[in-house]
Design a protein around this ligand. Structure first.
Ligand code: F6P
Length: 345
């Protein structure tokens, strides 16, 4: 049956978003004959009725394009109205049968709340952080890890040439998946993640051991932006909030590097990869995962699996309840962390 569907991307952008939209549009139009409304800037576009009609030609040449052609924002309609009535008015005005929301924790939680109030919604998990529950992987993560690993490889040769410690800060607000993967792949001397508050003394001991006993006079330390020292072990500046009430992260590497230099005397430099990890071309893996998620999302609309999210499980795409997916963030598994630790100095 032909239906009219709204599509939006919310939260931080992420490589692979366009590949999801393209897959939704292709299968939606070619297979089901659907009409697709692309809303601009996440839920904001729904509330403000800002949209464009999506067709196959609009999504041509976007499979490998980073960012999102629809634009994105962290706008949450519940912040302005506890019933988010403007969303339902827009859905009614445009006679939409369903909405596909592609986003991370914030967007998916909002989608779940809207579904609870009667919206026919399907979620698609997106984030370079890979921290959405239930799904084994989110698209964008592979690209971010590839970029971070490439950076570590580059920093390693310059660190080696100058006998320096390089502190590399990667993204990872609440969890350290990017840091752990890139740390293992790049052979980091130490990796610091939000799940495991670190002791700077212990980090410095590792570096000294490697430099004094191991005969290697350079090191790479990978720090997730959300990494925290054990209470009372190191000073950190007070938190600053952005307009959505999220802590603005970025910069812990400078504190870590300062401590390393003053405690060890080793010359230490900082590289903050920041948004380079989110921009640009998605890897082949992410293009494939995005495409699979997009196809599964449009199928979920036609199967009327309202309130569900597409997810990767044992290399199969499934649908899972949104409520379960957003219940808990997925942290780095003890098994992976134990493997990473094996290679710390
Ligand atoms: O959630 C994805 C993410 O990339 C986090 O790792 C990071 O903390 C955040 O987005 C940064 O977002 P912004 O675009 O607001 O700087």
């Amino acid at each position: 049956m032909q239906v009219r569907i709204g599509v939006l991307t919310g939260g931080g952008d992420c490589p692979g978003l366009n590949a999801v939209i393209r897959a939704v549009v292709r299968k939606g139009i070619r297979h089901y004959g659907d009409e697709l409304y692309g809303f601009h800037d996440g839920w904001k576009g729904v509330v403000e009725n800002s949209y464009e009609l999506l067709d196959i030609s609009r999504m041509q040449y976007t499979l490998n394009l980073g960012g999102t052609v629809l634009g994105t924002s962290r706008y949450n309609p519940f912040k302005y109205d506890p019933e988010a009535r403007a969303v339902f008015e827009s859905v009614e005005r445009n006679s939409l049968d369903a909405v596909i929301a592609i986003g991370g924790e914030g967007t998916l939680s909002c989608t779940m709340e809207l579904h609870r109030r009667g919206l026919n919604a399907i979620g698609v998990p997106k984030t370079i952080d890979n921290d959405i529950g239930i799904t084994e992987r989110t698209f964008g993560f592979d690209t971010a890890v590839t970029i971070a690993t490439d950076a570590i490889d580059r920093l390693r040769t310059t660190a080696e040439s100058h006998n320096r410690v390089m502190v590399v800060e990667v993204m990872g607000r609440h969890v350290g998946h990017i840091a752990t993967w890139a740390g293992i792949a790049g052979g980091a001397t130490r990796t610091l993640i939000p799940e495991e508050p670190f002791d700077i003394d212990d980090v410095c001991r590792s570096l000294k051991k490697r430099h004094e006993e191991g005969g290697r006079f350079f090191s790479v330390v990978v720090v997730a932006e959300g990494a925290k020292p054990q209470p009372g072990t190191m000073e950190v500046p007070p938190e600053v909030l952005d307009e959505f009430g999220h802590v603005r992260l970025g910069g812990i590497a400078y504190q870590v590097a300062g401590e390393i230099e003053s405690r060890t005397g080793y010359e230490t430099r900082v590289t903050v990869l920041g948004h380079t990890q989110r921009g640009g071309t998605p890897t082949a893996y992410d293009r494939v995962l995005s495409t699979r998620f997009g196809v599964a999302a449009i199928d979920a609309v036609h199967a009327e699996k309202w309130g569900s999210m597409v997810a990767l499980s044992h290399d199969r795409i499934e649908t899972v309840p949104l409520v379960d997916a957003v219940a808990e963030l997925k942290t780095v598994s003890p098994e992976l962390w134990a493997t990473a630790k094996q290679f710390f100095a």
